[in-house]
Design a protein. Structure first.
Length: 94
């Protein structure tokens, strides 16, 4: 059985080993966490993952599990109409 996961449609892999930096792919999600007064460490605990795992997901290095997306939607009061805005970046053809 294959594990289901989500990644933003234009997600790029994060920096390779030995490189620094990387683009935050899920900045809007991080902003929503701040609006709700939740720190990354607390969100990671609520999702049952490590801080590093959450960071890797926010930077597009790891895929989101569907259960994590569902839990974040519930935890952060994200409407189903806004899921795309939080978890999928629009394709940039420019």
């Amino acid at each position: 059985m294959q594990r289901a996961s989500l990644r933003g449609c234009n997600a790029q892999s994060g920096p390779k080993s030995g490189q620094k930096g990387g683009e935050m792919l899920f900045g809007k999600l991080l902003g929503r966490m701040a609006e709700k007064g939740l720190k990354k460490a607390a969100v990671a605990r609520m999702l049952g993952i490590t801080d590093r795992s959450l960071n890797n997901k926010l930077y597009g290095k790891n895929d989101w599990k569907l259960t994590e997306v569902y839990n974040l939607i519930e935890m952060l009061d994200i409407s189903y109409e806004d899921i795309y805005d939080y978890f999928f970046a629009p394709l940039n053809f420019g």
